[in-house]
Design a protein around this ligand. Sequence first.
Ligand code: GDP
Ligand code: MG
Length: 277
Amino acid sequence: MVAIVGRSNVGKSTLLNALIGSKIAIVSPKPQTTRHIIHGVLHDDRGQIVFVDTPGVFKHAPDRLTARLNEKVKEALSGIDAVVYVVDATRHVGDEERIVHRLVAVMDKPKILVFNKADRKQPFKDEYLAWQEEFDDVIEVSALQGTSLKRLVDAVFAVLPESVALYPADQITNIENRFWVEEIIREKIYMAMDKEIPYTTAVKVESTEERPNGLVYVKAFIMTTSPRYKKMIIGHGGAKIREIGSAARYELEAVTGKKIFLDIEVVVEERWMERFE
Ligand code: GDP
Ligand code: MG
């Protein structure tokens, strides 16, 4: 388990997606609002690396930051085996960066300092290199262009302890990653429906909950802009929505190895963009 930490906007989510080769984390030019901890699992002949993205952790005002390290974040950082500290040397070291650095400094784990955005000029590199002694390795990458990612993966494998596999061989993220579940449902809508429908719909996963019996209960909404579309998505006697639901469930179960109960509701929501979030 490897935590990817760093100030907001340094490219942590972009890096995670590039490493996994799939869009499992939301990339945004604005600070993230996601409250879920995203695991990105990299599979390789040498084993697997579970990268842990910590979205929304470091986005708050510096003075409130430490107080904001809530249970979720502690949970994300407990049990990790190494830290990838991502910095962006196109910008000065600021207050937020100093606080993240302090958190990293007290972690008693192997650490790799990653200069991201190597495709751009790095005028403030020296400010970050002042910390280099604390790190086992220093690597320059461009998450956007996919440069030197292999070097980073090699460096991570070099510091990771051996352990049992935490994920099945074909699973690339955790079920709590709503974005990923939404993408899977969205894909099944594309496959089941005519072209015009998907553009008028959005998928939102409201909750994922693992029950004591091991069943994962997922509540999702398909939001569409008109009653006519809603009828089409549901289909004759519910045939379409069943087709979409079972295709999505099948894939989620295959990939997670868990039993999934997928509860999908189709709602007309003209302004679905504003409803959630
Ligand atoms: P996070 O907040 O640390 O997760 O950062 P994001 O992954 O959401 O990325 C923030 C912004 O930086 C986005 O606009 C990305 O496109 C951009 N970005 C990420 N990696 C790179 C990179 O290697 N080079 C450049 N030029 N931009 C990048
Ligand atoms: Mg992010």
